[in-house]
Design a protein around this ligand. Structure first.
Ligand code: NDP
Length: 332
């Protein structure tokens, strides 16, 4: 693969210029470009520049409003709703996160229900921001069906990511951010191309049979949730939290309403922020740190989020797929 070396600032500017050329105003373009740059910076590359052409598709079809101004509603002492008004998720989060953090610090716990926004990003930026403020953050969102519930042979769940971030005052939070699918379809396709087998439990053939052949999954088959029926229940929980609980669509409803332009569909996100200081009182951080030290001392263990946080320390340029950069340049 040929690559082009771009500084973080060049990545930011390339993303911003492309978004401005495709219907975003300054605020929307700056906020989304910043999220894209931070994904590249952290090595969260599946959610960096790679997603830009899809955002542009959504902007071109006018499914996404690049000039949207989300609106915040205080619906109860610990519940905030943000109506996205078809904004991209980072724009909605820029309004909702400071508010949910304030409420959780005051009340001990607060929920942020996001509606009618377009999410095609990783979830760690939101949970990590909550943890940086000294709170526990949990977030999840659904998408369009790609994953079969345990026992089924057809998709119903999205890849339904969930992220959890634990605050560590004076240190980087511990964060995980993961799809509840056994494997992304993109990775199944790579395994097919490279001739590797995938583990049993990754997916089913189009006849609904278990297989280790990625080709049989990619060509009309279906992905399974991670961890069998246990992961399936977690994926179901994400459908309910990011769907019925906040008055948003389930993945199958999202698919029925989407215009299939390749851009992220309209949907919701469930976020909760919890104050350990309020619940446990002083000392919670030292107690948790003892646990992390014990965990990290075990052979072969690393904390989730550590890979990204190490990447973040490197302020140098990043090598980006040349074909992708040329494609993005042709969009502006
Ligand atoms: P991965 O399987 O790559 O990683 C999942 C998590 O596990 C990360 O937090 C990672 O930390 C951690 N991890 C990986 N290896 C280890 C290890 N050996 N020990 C401890 N922790 C480990 O992520 P996914 O492919 O499941 O998801 C990728 C991204 O896709 C996520 O950001 C997710 O939010 C996003 N996504 C978004 C969707 C949307 O609709 N918006 C849909 C589906 C996915 P680290 O980062 O440090 O490696």
């Amino acid at each position: 693969m040929n690559t082009v070396s771009l500084t973080l600032n060049e990545i930011l500017e390339l993303a911003k210029k492309t978004l401005l050329a495709n219907g975003c105003d300054e605020e929307n373009a700056s906020i989304l470009a910043d999220t894209i740059m931070r994904a590249e910076r952290d090595g969260s590359v599946s959610h960096g520049l790679f997603r830009l052409p899809a955002y542009v598709a959504g902007l071109k079809s006018k499914k996404i409003n690049g000039k949207a101004r989300p609106e915040l509603e205080n619906v109860a002492p610990s519940i905030i709703k943000v109506l996205g008004n078809n904004a991209v998720a980072p724009m909605v989060l820029s309004l909702g996160l400071p508010a949910v953090i304030d409420l959780a610090k005051k009340n001990g716990v607060a929920v942020l229900a996001i509606k009618n926004s377009h999410h095609m990003a990783a979830l760690w930026p939101e949970t990590e921001a909550i943890a940086e403020a000294g709170l526990v953050g949990i977030a999840c969102t659904s998408y369009k069906p790609a994953v079969a519930p345990a026992g089924a042979t057809k998709p119903l769940y999205g890849t339904n990511p969930i992220s959890f971030a634990w605050p560590r005052p004076g240190k980087t939070p511990v964060v995980y951010d993961m799809a509840t699918a056994s494997m992304a379809m993109g990775e199944v396709q790579i395994a097919k191309r490279e001739g590797h087998k995938v583990p049993l439990g990754t997916g089913l053939t189009k006849e609904g049979k278990e297989t280790t052949d990625p080709g049989e999954i990619a060509d009309g088959g279906v992905i399974l949730p991670f961890g069998g029926y246990k992961g399936s229940s977690i994926a179901m929980m994400v459908e309910l939290l990011a769907g019925a609980l906040i008055g948003e669509n389930f993945s199958f409803e999202t698919a029925a309403k989407d215009n299939n332009d390749g851009g992220p569909p309209s949907g919701g996100e469930f976020i909760i922020a919890i104050s350990p200081e309020k619940i446990s009182g002083k000392g919670w951080d030292k107690h948790a740190d003892q646990f992390f030290s014990k965990m990290s001392a075990m052979d072969g263990v690393r904390l989730p989020g550590e890979r990204r946080h190490k990447n973040r320390l490197d302020k140098g340029p990043r090598n980006i797929n040349e074909e992708l950069v040329n494609k993005i340049k042709s969009l502006s």
